[in-house]
Design a protein. Structure first.
Length: 337
Protein backbone atom coordinates (compact mmCIF):
# COMPACT_ATOMS: atom_id res chain seq x y z
CA UNK A 1 0.00 0.00 0.00
CA UNK A 2 1.22 3.50 -0.81
CA UNK A 3 2.64 5.65 1.98
CA UNK A 4 1.32 9.12 2.73
CA UNK A 5 4.88 10.47 3.09
CA UNK A 6 5.44 11.51 -0.58
CA UNK A 7 2.44 13.82 -0.35
CA UNK A 8 3.48 15.74 2.75
CA UNK A 9 5.85 18.36 1.31
CA UNK A 10 3.19 21.11 0.92
CA UNK A 11 1.75 20.43 4.37
CA UNK A 12 5.22 20.47 5.91
CA UNK A 13 5.76 23.94 4.41
CA UNK A 14 2.44 25.16 5.75
CA UNK A 15 3.24 23.80 9.23
CA UNK A 16 6.70 25.41 9.16
CA UNK A 17 5.21 28.76 8.20
CA UNK A 18 2.61 28.49 10.99
CA UNK A 19 5.45 27.92 13.47
CA UNK A 20 7.33 30.94 12.15
CA UNK A 21 4.23 33.09 12.55
CA UNK A 22 3.15 31.85 15.99
CA UNK A 23 6.08 30.09 17.63
CA UNK A 24 3.95 26.92 17.94
CA UNK A 25 5.48 23.72 16.53
CA UNK A 26 3.14 21.42 14.60
CA UNK A 27 3.67 17.69 15.07
CA UNK A 28 2.28 16.52 11.73
CA UNK A 29 2.43 12.75 12.37
CA UNK A 30 0.52 13.30 15.61
CA UNK A 31 -2.03 15.60 13.96
CA UNK A 32 -2.62 13.20 11.06
CA UNK A 33 -2.62 9.86 12.83
CA UNK A 34 -3.46 10.42 16.52
CA UNK A 35 -7.11 9.40 16.10
CA UNK A 36 -6.20 6.19 14.32
CA UNK A 37 -3.63 5.29 16.98
CA UNK A 38 -5.97 6.02 19.88
CA UNK A 39 -8.81 4.02 18.33
CA UNK A 40 -6.56 1.18 17.16
CA UNK A 41 -7.75 1.58 13.57
CA UNK A 42 -6.21 -0.67 10.97
CA UNK A 43 -4.53 0.61 7.82
CA UNK A 44 -7.29 1.20 5.27
CA UNK A 45 -7.74 -0.37 1.85
CA UNK A 46 -10.81 0.20 -0.30
CA UNK A 47 -12.78 0.74 2.90
CA UNK A 48 -11.78 3.70 5.06
CA UNK A 49 -10.06 3.19 8.40
CA UNK A 50 -13.27 3.98 10.30
CA UNK A 51 -15.31 1.66 8.07
CA UNK A 52 -17.82 4.20 6.74
CA UNK A 53 -16.44 5.20 3.33
CA UNK A 54 -16.15 2.76 0.44
CA UNK A 55 -14.34 2.89 -2.89
CA UNK A 56 -16.67 1.13 -5.32
CA UNK A 57 -15.69 0.00 -8.84
CA UNK A 58 -17.94 1.56 -11.49
CA UNK A 59 -18.43 1.11 -15.22
CA UNK A 60 -15.66 3.61 -15.95
CA UNK A 61 -13.55 3.82 -12.81
CA UNK A 62 -14.18 4.27 -9.08
CA UNK A 63 -16.44 6.25 -6.78
CA UNK A 64 -16.21 6.86 -3.03
CA UNK A 65 -19.49 6.68 -1.12
CA UNK A 66 -19.43 7.64 2.55
CA UNK A 67 -22.19 6.14 4.71
CA UNK A 68 -21.04 8.08 7.75
CA UNK A 69 -24.37 8.66 9.50
CA UNK A 70 -27.41 6.52 10.33
CA UNK A 71 -29.42 8.64 7.88
CA UNK A 72 -26.98 7.71 5.10
CA UNK A 73 -27.49 4.01 5.70
CA UNK A 74 -31.26 4.54 5.79
CA UNK A 75 -31.05 6.32 2.42
CA UNK A 76 -29.37 3.40 0.61
CA UNK A 77 -32.69 1.93 -0.69
CA UNK A 78 -33.58 5.35 -2.10
CA UNK A 79 -30.13 5.57 -3.68
CA UNK A 80 -30.57 2.16 -5.31
CA UNK A 81 -33.93 3.28 -6.67
CA UNK A 82 -32.39 6.48 -8.01
CA UNK A 83 -29.72 4.39 -9.73
CA UNK A 84 -32.39 2.26 -11.39
CA UNK A 85 -31.54 -0.78 -9.28
CA UNK A 86 -34.40 -1.07 -6.76
CA UNK A 87 -34.30 -4.88 -6.83
CA UNK A 88 -30.69 -5.11 -5.66
CA UNK A 89 -30.07 -6.33 -2.11
CA UNK A 90 -30.21 -3.55 0.45
CA UNK A 91 -26.99 -2.19 1.85
CA UNK A 92 -23.45 -2.13 0.59
CA UNK A 93 -23.70 -5.32 -1.47
CA UNK A 94 -26.49 -3.81 -3.53
CA UNK A 95 -24.51 -0.60 -4.03
CA UNK A 96 -21.49 -2.54 -5.22
CA UNK A 97 -23.55 -4.38 -7.81
CA UNK A 98 -25.36 -1.25 -8.99
CA UNK A 99 -22.14 0.76 -9.20
CA UNK A 100 -20.63 -1.57 -11.79
CA UNK A 101 -23.39 -0.65 -14.26
CA UNK A 102 -23.06 3.14 -14.09
CA UNK A 103 -20.36 5.77 -14.36
CA UNK A 104 -18.48 7.04 -11.34
CA UNK A 105 -19.87 10.54 -11.91
CA UNK A 106 -23.44 9.20 -11.99
CA UNK A 107 -22.89 7.33 -8.73
CA UNK A 108 -21.44 10.37 -6.96
CA UNK A 109 -24.15 12.68 -8.29
CA UNK A 110 -27.00 10.37 -7.24
CA UNK A 111 -25.55 10.02 -3.75
CA UNK A 112 -25.14 13.76 -3.37
CA UNK A 113 -28.77 14.32 -4.41
CA UNK A 114 -29.74 12.35 -1.29
CA UNK A 115 -27.27 14.19 0.92
CA UNK A 116 -24.76 11.32 1.01
CA UNK A 117 -21.13 12.41 0.74
CA UNK A 118 -19.60 10.89 -2.39
CA UNK A 119 -16.82 11.70 -4.82
CA UNK A 120 -14.94 10.63 -7.93
CA UNK A 121 -11.17 10.25 -7.38
CA UNK A 122 -9.35 13.41 -8.40
CA UNK A 123 -12.50 15.26 -9.43
CA UNK A 124 -11.63 18.32 -7.32
CA UNK A 125 -8.10 18.78 -8.62
CA UNK A 126 -7.41 22.18 -10.20
CA UNK A 127 -10.90 23.32 -9.21
CA UNK A 128 -9.99 26.02 -6.65
CA UNK A 129 -7.22 27.06 -4.24
CA UNK A 130 -7.07 25.40 -0.84
CA UNK A 131 -7.72 28.77 0.81
CA UNK A 132 -9.54 31.68 -0.81
CA UNK A 133 -9.25 34.97 1.08
CA UNK A 134 -11.52 37.94 0.43
CA UNK A 135 -11.22 41.26 2.23
CA UNK A 136 -14.48 42.31 3.89
CA UNK A 137 -13.26 44.58 6.69
CA UNK A 138 -10.54 46.97 7.80
CA UNK A 139 -7.13 45.80 8.92
CA UNK A 140 -5.69 46.00 12.40
CA UNK A 141 -2.59 44.02 13.34
CA UNK A 142 -2.65 42.38 16.77
CA UNK A 143 -0.81 39.60 18.54
CA UNK A 144 -2.40 36.17 18.71
CA UNK A 145 -2.14 36.01 22.51
CA UNK A 146 -5.47 36.83 24.11
CA UNK A 147 -7.51 36.96 20.92
CA UNK A 148 -11.00 35.56 21.37
CA UNK A 149 -12.00 32.71 19.07
CA UNK A 150 -15.52 31.33 18.75
CA UNK A 151 -15.55 27.84 17.26
CA UNK A 152 -18.86 26.67 15.81
CA UNK A 153 -17.26 23.76 13.96
CA UNK A 154 -17.45 20.06 14.77
CA UNK A 155 -15.70 16.74 14.15
CA UNK A 156 -12.03 17.28 13.27
CA UNK A 157 -10.87 19.96 10.81
CA UNK A 158 -12.29 23.04 12.53
CA UNK A 159 -11.50 21.89 16.07
CA UNK A 160 -7.90 21.14 15.04
CA UNK A 161 -7.65 24.65 13.63
CA UNK A 162 -8.96 26.00 16.96
CA UNK A 163 -6.53 23.81 18.92
CA UNK A 164 -3.51 25.13 17.01
CA UNK A 165 -4.63 28.74 17.42
CA UNK A 166 -5.32 28.14 21.11
CA UNK A 167 -1.80 26.77 21.50
CA UNK A 168 -0.58 30.12 20.14
CA UNK A 169 -2.31 31.95 22.99
CA UNK A 170 -5.81 32.60 21.69
CA UNK A 171 -8.81 32.02 23.99
CA UNK A 172 -11.15 29.50 22.38
CA UNK A 173 -14.83 29.00 23.12
CA UNK A 174 -16.45 25.96 21.55
CA UNK A 175 -20.16 26.48 20.84
CA UNK A 176 -22.52 23.55 20.22
CA UNK A 177 -26.20 23.23 19.46
CA UNK A 178 -28.26 21.79 22.30
CA UNK A 179 -30.05 19.54 19.81
CA UNK A 180 -27.09 18.63 17.57
CA UNK A 181 -23.94 18.11 19.65
CA UNK A 182 -20.57 17.61 17.99
CA UNK A 183 -20.53 14.10 16.52
CA UNK A 184 -16.94 13.68 17.70
CA UNK A 185 -18.29 13.38 21.24
CA UNK A 186 -19.48 9.90 20.31
CA UNK A 187 -16.04 8.81 19.13
CA UNK A 188 -12.85 8.24 21.11
CA UNK A 189 -13.04 10.35 24.32
CA UNK A 190 -9.27 10.79 24.49
CA UNK A 191 -9.19 12.22 20.99
CA UNK A 192 -12.03 14.62 21.74
CA UNK A 193 -10.26 15.81 24.89
CA UNK A 194 -7.04 16.35 22.94
CA UNK A 195 -8.80 18.53 20.37
CA UNK A 196 -10.60 20.67 22.95
CA UNK A 197 -8.21 20.73 25.90
CA UNK A 198 -8.22 24.14 27.58
CA UNK A 199 -11.18 25.50 25.60
CA UNK A 200 -14.31 26.94 27.12
CA UNK A 201 -17.57 25.24 26.12
CA UNK A 202 -21.06 26.58 25.53
CA UNK A 203 -24.18 24.60 24.62
CA UNK A 204 -27.05 26.76 23.36
CA UNK A 205 -30.25 26.58 21.38
CA UNK A 206 -29.43 27.55 17.81
CA UNK A 207 -32.34 29.93 17.23
CA UNK A 208 -32.30 33.39 15.60
CA UNK A 209 -30.57 35.91 17.84
CA UNK A 210 -29.18 33.35 20.28
CA UNK A 211 -25.62 33.59 18.96
CA UNK A 212 -25.36 37.37 18.63
CA UNK A 213 -23.92 38.00 22.07
CA UNK A 214 -21.52 35.06 21.76
CA UNK A 215 -19.83 36.47 18.66
CA UNK A 216 -20.06 40.14 19.68
CA UNK A 217 -16.67 40.12 21.40
CA UNK A 218 -15.02 37.54 19.14
CA UNK A 219 -11.96 38.33 17.05
CA UNK A 220 -12.06 35.11 15.02
CA UNK A 221 -14.98 32.84 14.09
CA UNK A 222 -14.42 29.27 12.92
CA UNK A 223 -17.35 27.49 11.34
CA UNK A 224 -17.96 24.53 9.07
CA UNK A 225 -21.57 25.05 8.00
CA UNK A 226 -23.24 25.85 4.74
CA UNK A 227 -23.39 29.68 4.67
CA UNK A 228 -27.18 29.75 4.71
CA UNK A 229 -27.30 27.80 7.99
CA UNK A 230 -25.77 30.59 10.06
CA UNK A 231 -27.51 33.30 8.05
CA UNK A 232 -30.82 31.83 9.18
CA UNK A 233 -29.64 32.43 12.73
CA UNK A 234 -28.73 36.04 11.98
CA UNK A 235 -24.96 35.56 11.63
CA UNK A 236 -23.33 36.91 8.49
CA UNK A 237 -19.60 36.79 7.94
CA UNK A 238 -19.61 40.08 6.04
CA UNK A 239 -21.32 41.95 8.88
CA UNK A 240 -19.04 40.39 11.50
CA UNK A 241 -15.93 41.48 9.60
CA UNK A 242 -17.18 44.99 8.86
CA UNK A 243 -18.15 45.67 12.48
CA UNK A 244 -14.61 45.90 13.87
CA UNK A 245 -11.14 46.10 12.27
CA UNK A 246 -8.84 43.10 12.31
CA UNK A 247 -11.41 40.34 12.60
CA UNK A 248 -11.17 37.02 10.70
CA UNK A 249 -13.91 34.58 9.72
CA UNK A 250 -12.78 31.13 8.58
CA UNK A 251 -15.32 28.96 6.76
CA UNK A 252 -14.46 25.27 6.30
CA UNK A 253 -16.52 23.38 3.74
CA UNK A 254 -16.14 20.35 1.53
CA UNK A 255 -15.87 22.19 -1.76
CA UNK A 256 -16.02 25.92 -1.01
CA UNK A 257 -18.72 28.27 0.24
CA UNK A 258 -20.43 28.44 -3.14
CA UNK A 259 -21.10 24.68 -3.15
CA UNK A 260 -23.82 22.87 -1.19
CA UNK A 261 -22.07 19.51 -1.49
CA UNK A 262 -21.30 17.89 1.83
CA UNK A 263 -18.07 16.08 2.55
CA UNK A 264 -16.25 14.18 5.25
CA UNK A 265 -12.53 13.57 5.54
CA UNK A 266 -12.28 10.34 3.55
CA UNK A 267 -14.43 11.26 0.55
CA UNK A 268 -12.92 14.77 0.41
CA UNK A 269 -9.47 13.18 0.28
CA UNK A 270 -10.63 11.01 -2.64
CA UNK A 271 -12.07 14.04 -4.45
CA UNK A 272 -8.71 15.75 -4.12
CA UNK A 273 -6.88 12.70 -5.45
CA UNK A 274 -5.19 12.01 -2.11
CA UNK A 275 -5.28 8.23 -2.46
CA UNK A 276 -2.82 5.39 -2.82
CA UNK A 277 -2.71 2.46 -5.23
CA UNK A 278 -2.75 -1.23 -4.33
CA UNK A 279 -0.89 -4.03 -6.05
CA UNK A 280 -3.61 -4.32 -8.68
CA UNK A 281 -3.55 -0.62 -9.57
CA UNK A 282 -6.81 0.11 -7.76
CA UNK A 283 -7.19 3.18 -5.51
CA UNK A 284 -7.01 2.79 -1.74
CA UNK A 285 -7.51 5.19 1.13
CA UNK A 286 -4.49 6.81 2.75
CA UNK A 287 -4.51 7.23 6.50
CA UNK A 288 -7.63 8.09 8.47
CA UNK A 289 -9.93 10.75 6.97
CA UNK A 290 -6.83 12.65 5.89
CA UNK A 291 -8.61 15.66 4.45
CA UNK A 292 -9.80 16.54 7.98
CA UNK A 293 -6.45 17.09 9.74
CA UNK A 294 -4.85 18.43 6.55
CA UNK A 295 -7.59 21.06 6.34
CA UNK A 296 -7.24 21.89 10.03
CA UNK A 297 -3.56 22.72 9.56
CA UNK A 298 -4.23 24.75 6.39
CA UNK A 299 -7.01 26.68 8.13
CA UNK A 300 -4.94 27.52 11.22
CA UNK A 301 -2.11 28.72 9.02
CA UNK A 302 -4.48 30.85 6.93
CA UNK A 303 -5.82 32.53 10.09
CA UNK A 304 -2.28 33.18 11.36
CA UNK A 305 -1.31 34.68 7.98
CA UNK A 306 -4.38 36.87 7.89
CA UNK A 307 -3.92 38.16 11.44
CA UNK A 308 -0.27 38.92 10.73
CA UNK A 309 -1.41 41.16 7.87
CA UNK A 310 -4.20 42.83 9.83
CA UNK A 311 -7.15 40.51 9.26
CA UNK A 312 -10.44 41.83 7.94
CA UNK A 313 -10.78 38.71 5.81
CA UNK A 314 -13.22 35.94 5.05
CA UNK A 315 -11.20 32.76 4.57
CA UNK A 316 -12.92 30.00 2.60
CA UNK A 317 -11.13 26.70 3.12
CA UNK A 318 -12.07 23.74 0.92
CA UNK A 319 -11.33 20.27 2.27
CA UNK A 320 -11.18 18.72 -1.19
CA UNK A 321 -8.86 21.47 -2.43
CA UNK A 322 -6.58 21.04 0.59
CA UNK A 323 -6.33 17.34 -0.24
CA UNK A 324 -5.67 18.19 -3.89
CA UNK A 325 -2.79 20.45 -2.87
CA UNK A 326 -1.08 17.47 -1.26
CA UNK A 327 -1.95 15.12 -4.12
CA UNK A 328 -0.25 17.50 -6.53
CA UNK A 329 2.92 17.54 -4.44
CA UNK A 330 5.14 16.91 -7.44
CA UNK A 331 5.55 20.67 -7.81
CA UNK A 332 6.64 22.98 -5.02
CA UNK A 333 3.66 24.60 -3.32
CA UNK A 334 4.18 27.72 -1.23
CA UNK A 335 2.07 28.36 1.86
CA UNK A 336 -1.07 30.28 0.81
CA UNK A 337 -0.50 33.51 2.76
Amino acid sequence: MASVDPYLAPLTEVARSFTELTGVPVDLPDALFRRARLAGLERPGRTSANGSCHLLPTADGWAAVNLARPDDLAAVPALLALLGAPDEPEGLDGLRTAARRITAAAMAEAAQVLGIAAAVPGSAQDARPAVHASRRGERRIRAMAGLRIVDFSALWAGPLCARLLGSAGARVTKVESATRPDGARFGDPAFYRWLHDGHDSLVVDFVPGALDEIVAEADVVIEASRPRALRRLGLRAEEFLAARPGRVWVSITGYGRESDRIAFGDDAAVAGGLTGVDGNGAPVFLGDALADPVTGVFAAHAVACSLAEGGGELLSVSMAACAATLAQAGTRVHPPC
